[in-house]
Design a protein around this ligand. Structure first.
Ligand SMILES: Cc1ncc(COP(=O)(O)O)c(C=O)c1O
Length: 409
């Protein structure tokens, strides 16, 4: 097997017009104001990489380098991105009468969320293309991911997050060295601050889908999944959806894998999980629309899915239709209840966004959109430790006798 000596990127392609642009240049949106997608020489990839070669590599996201835009001449900015585990939930599986349910736990990544994958690749590319200052609007996790990777790369970062972002994540952003602000609005208001400040501040805008490489990093979720399932993917994937980049990224790489002939069986049905308090993509899906309209009465407290006007909404809808998947909305109270139940009953501490996917799974098993023979993977997109928990209020006084009889209630 000959290892490729350069990146396999052939060009970047406008997702709206299909126009091609050369690699090796710093890009934001295309001239048509649409996201750009990276395209690869998949024939060479197929010829030069085998599943066996891959299997022998170190267990981290860089093992998929040929599917990423970094050539061997670009040093990865890395904090030790482990392969995230697939954790079965046998109790829930039995209760829902599902063939199999796994949680892919992205909370194990360096800043405790899946956002590390996109940031590792985007920051590596930005550094190689001479960027010294980056700004981002964020529900929280993308901000802490950027802050960590930018600091690691010697790049200055500016982060804008809604005022009610959970304390741990907000503090984490600043602690990693970003210049950070809470904004009294939603993520779209933060995005406007970033876009409006570009000229004055000279920063590179890393907003979701406004640059091409975060998507590429997130493809590694799909690559890991394919390898963990021995190249025969499960029937359904549930993902908590805000901007929707992960659904777009996984679908992109599943198709790349299909094109090189590595996958057996059909592709999974992709499911976008949103909240009844902010569900613009699901609403558009239910209406059979191709574009997403802004959601105007945002009431959810589930931060990751609180994106009322997603830039790539139409692209997410394309994935749902193409995969014969669907969108589904869940209620915040049910999500908090599920998170507590799974944490206590199965030992797995999920973030609210991950728990939302389990609520959705339960609802859709009941509705029949998930059948008894379907194997399902649910993404837990962040560690539960990053979101508030009910406080522990019971205490003991060491100088007083302990009444053990009260401990069993
Ligand atoms: C924990 C968590 N889950 C899910 C999402 C949604 O991801 P995306 O915007 O890629 O759809 C986010 C985004 O902030 C998040 O922080």
């Amino acid at each position: 097997m000959v290892l490729e000596k350069k990146s396999l990127v052939t060009h970047l392609e406008c997702s709206l017009t299909g126009e091609h642009y050369p690699p090796g240049v710093l890009y934001g949106l295309s001239p048509a104001n649409a996201p750009l997608f990276v395209r690869y020489d998949l024939k060479t990839l197929k010829r030069t990489l085998s599943k066996e070669t891959l299997a022998a590599r170190a267990p981290n996201m860089w093992r998929y380098r040929e599917f990423l835009p970094l050539g061997p001449d670009i040093e990865a900015v890395s904090l030790g991105e482990t392969i995230t585990p697939l954790i079965p939930l046998p109790t829930l599986e039995r209760r829902l009468q599902c063939a199999a349910v796994w949680v892919k736990d992205e909370g194990r990544l360096p800043t405790g969320s899946f956002k590390c994958r996109g940031m590792a690749v985007a920051v590596s590319m930005a550094r190689s293309l001479g960027v010294t200052r980056i700004a981002i609007p964020t529900a929280g996790n993308a901000g802490s991911g950027l802050a960590a990777y930018a600091s690691r790369a010697g790049i200055e970062s500016f982060v804008f997050t809604p005022a009610d972002t959970p304390e741990i994540t907000a503090s984490e952003i600043a602690f990693h060295g970003a210049k950070a602000w809470r904004v009294d609005g939603l993520v779209g208001d933060c995005a406007k601050i970033v876009a409006d400040g570009t000229e004055a501040m000279g920063w590179f805008d890393l907003t979701t889908l406004k640059e091409p490489y975060r998507v590429e990093g997130k493809k590694t979720m799909g690559l890991e999944l394919a390898e963990q399932f021995d190249w025969r993917l499960p029937e359904l994937i549930f993902f908590p959806t805000g901007g929707g980049v992960c659904l777009i990224a996984m679908w992109k790489v599943f198709n790349e894998l299909k094109e090189i002939g590595w996958l057996e069986g059909p592709l999974p049905r992709m499911v976008a999980v949103q909240s009844t308090g902010c569900g613009p993509i699901v609403k558009a899906f239910e209406a059979g629309a191709r574009e997403v309209e802004a959601w105007d009465n945002v009431t959810t407290g589930i931060h990751g899915v609180r994106v009322p006007n997603p830039l790539g909404g139409g692209l997410v809808l394309d994935v749902l239709y193409a995969s014969e998947g669907f969108g589904t909305m869940v209620n915040d109270d049910a999500v908090h209840e599920m998170r507590a139940k799974i944490c206590a009953a199965e030992g797995l501490h999920m973030c609210p966004e991950g728990a939302a996917c389990l609520v959705a799974l339960a609802v859709e098993r009941q509705s029949g959109r998930v059948g008894p023979d379907d194997r399902v993977v649910v993404f837990n997109t962040a560690s539960g430790l990053k979101s508030p928990m009910p406080p522990l209020t019971q205490s003991l006084n060491k100088d007083e006798p302990v009444d053990y009889s009260t401990m069993q209630i």
